[in-house]
Each structure stands twice: as C-alpha cells, then as structure tokens.
Design a protein around this ligand. Structure first.
Ligand code: HEM
Length: 301
C-alpha cells in the first residue's frame, strides 16, 4: 500500500498491481482505485495531524459531600474566630484596633466572635453525632485511630528525609500527619468550646462557680487560641497548601476527588484496597451471570 499521496507514486502502485494481476485495468477502474487510495490517505493524514483528545486521568472519590460541608463550616468559623479573637486578646496593639475598626468596632467584633463560636459549636456537636452514630462516620473514625504503623511510618519518613533510605512510607487512608492534624483540631475544639462557654455565660455561672474557674478558662482560651492559630498556619496550611507535592493548593477537600497518581503516592494501601474490592465485585457479578445462564439453560432443556 503506498504511504503518501504523491500521484505519480500512486500510479506506479496501480501499474505494479496490473503486473501482479496479469492483465491491464480499464481507465475507469484505474481512476476509481486512484480516487479511493488518495481519499484514504488524506483521511489517514488528517487524523494523524488532529490533536488526540487528552487521556483523562482516573479520579477516586476521597471525601463525601457531607465531609466537605463539615470542613467548610469548620474552616469559615475558625477563621472568623481567629480574626475576631486575636484582636480582643491584643486589644492594646495598634493593629488590633485597626482590625476591630474594620469589623465595625469592639462590640461588633465581640458579637461576631460569638456568632462564629455558635457555628463552630454546632458543627462540633454534629460531627460527634455523625462520627459515632453513622456507618460512614464510624468508618472514618476507624481509619483515623492511631496505630503502631503510624509510629513506624514516622520513623521511616525521618530516615527518608535524612537520606538513610530511598523508600518513603506507604500510607493508608490517613497518614500519621493527617491523623495528628485531625486529633489536634479535636483536642483544640474541646478546650476552646469548653472554656468559651464558661466565658460566654460568665454573668450566670459566676453565681455558682468560684472566680478561679474563670481565670483558668480565660487563660486556657487565650493561650490555646494562639496555639491553634499557629498549628493551623504552620502545620495544617503547610500540609494542605505549601507542601511542594500539592502547592499551590490541594483541592481534594473542596472537590472530594483525588487523581490516581496522587492516590498511589499518598494513600497507597487505600488504593490497593479499592482495587481488591473492585476485583471481588467483578468476580461476584461474573459468578452471578454464570449461575443465571446455567439456570436458564436448565429451564430450557
Ligand atoms: C478556634 C476557635 C477560637 C479561637 C481561636 C478563639 C479566640 C479567642 C481569643 C484570642 C479571645 C481573647 C482572649 C483574651 O482576652 O485573652 C477570645 C475570647 C472569647 N472567646 Fe473565643 N476563640 C475560639 C472559640 C470560641 C468559642 C467556641 C467560644 C464560645 C463557645 C468562644 C467564646 C469567647 C468569649 C465569650 C470570649 C470573650 C470575648 C469578650 O471579651 O467579649 N470562643 N477568643
């Protein structure tokens, strides 16, 4: 078959065809063959030059809509609590006065802090019911529980960073870094909500509780607020945004999806588990189809 649409080469090819056939072709037959060949070649060339559609990388579902909404409410409320709380803590500083003025003054800042606090308390209570009371929640909790493997992964990661090994640890659904992140937020919320409620209901509680309870609550609230802010900015934002693996942004918590390549790189054992589940599902479907087929055959005979 001629390889390009040069007419003289096509004609030569038709001549060699005539030789092989052992008789000359009629001019109409020659013209028809030439027309078909050149049309085929033009089609082949255009399809080669057309940009091939980019193969879409497979994506895995990592977070349900429910988890994504919980995270969004948590993020918005904590950010508002930081922006309104820190100016209250450092109210004597010039920057704090400037920020409070942006919010509309100290009274508005305090009200906004309480509104955001209600939002955080709401999502915290919801999360507790969800994680203990639903099947999906208990599944997440199971994968979030600290295990001996986390300590081994941590040790291997340090060895990897120091160049003692070429092999990075392979993580399951949550790495020890993500587990630490989760439990730090959990612990932080218990402290902030607990102490915050004591501060919020000071006028009522002061009638039944000694004053030192309020002093401790204010100290805890104030110090943990700074710790929580630093933990979010340094630890959480580094892992979710500034880490070179995901920079400038890891969108998984917003879209719920993770590309296959990152799934293998970051959550290898979960990837393996999903493939095994798919295989099991496929083989049980095939078994079912085989059974139905043999039952149908049995009924026919
Ligand atoms: C991540 C969450 C939170 C952060 C970062 C935060 C931060 C702060 C900071 C820095 C202060 C000033 C403390 C001081 O004067 O030294 C404050 C005050 C306060 N916070 Fe929070 N807070 C958070 C959550 C909460 C929650 C959940 C509640 C209520 C349930 C709450 C209620 C209060 C109250 C009532 C005050 C006193 C405000 C005032 O003086 O009017 N906070 N918060």
């Amino acid at each position: 078959m001629p390889q390009h649409n040069d007419p003289t080469r096509l004609e030569k090819w038709v001549q060699s065809l005539e030789k092989e056939l052992g008789f000359p072709l009629t001019p109409e037959a020659k013209a028809k063959i030439l027309a078909i060949l050149s049309e085929q070649q033009i089609r082949a060339q255009t399809s080669q030059s057309e940009p091939k559609p980019k193969k879409q990388e497979e994506e895995f579902v990592r977070f349900s809509l429910n988890i994504r909404i919980q995270h969004a409410v948590l993020a918005v409320s904590v950010l508002l609590l930081i922006f309104t709380g820190l100016p209250l803590k450092y109210h004597e500083a010039a920057w704090a006065e400037f920020v409070m003025r942006l919010f509309g003054g100290i009274s508005v800042t305090r009200v906004l802090h309480r509104i955001a606090a209600a939002l955080l308390t709401g999502v915290g209570i919801y999360h507790l019911f969800w994680i203990l009371g639903t099947r999906a929640g208990r599944r997440e909790l199971w994968y979030l529980l600290p295990r001996w493997k986390d300590f081994k992964d941590f040790y291997q990661n340090i060895r990897y960073f120091l160049g003692f090994t070429e092999e990075r640890p392979k993580f399951d659904r949550y790495s020890y870094i993500e587990k630490f992140d989760y439990w730090a937020v959990y612990w932080g919320m218990v402290i902030m909500i607990g102490s915050g409620i004591i501060l919020s209901f000071f006028p009522y509680l002061v009638q039944v509780l000694p004053k030192y309870v309020f002093d401790i609550a204010r100290e805890m609230h104030s110090d943990e607020a700074l710790l929580a802010t630093l933990a979010i900015v340094i630890w959480h934002w580094y892992n979710a945004h500034f880490n070179p693996d995901v920079f400038p942004m890891n969108f998984t918590i917003f879209t719920g999806k993770i590309p296959k390549e990152r799934m293998i790189h970051e959550h290898y054992w979960e990837y393996v588990r999903i493939l095994q589940q798919r295989e099991r599902q496929q083989s049980s479907t095939t078994n079912l189809q085989d059974q139905t087929l043999s039952m149908e055959k049995g009924a026919d005979s």
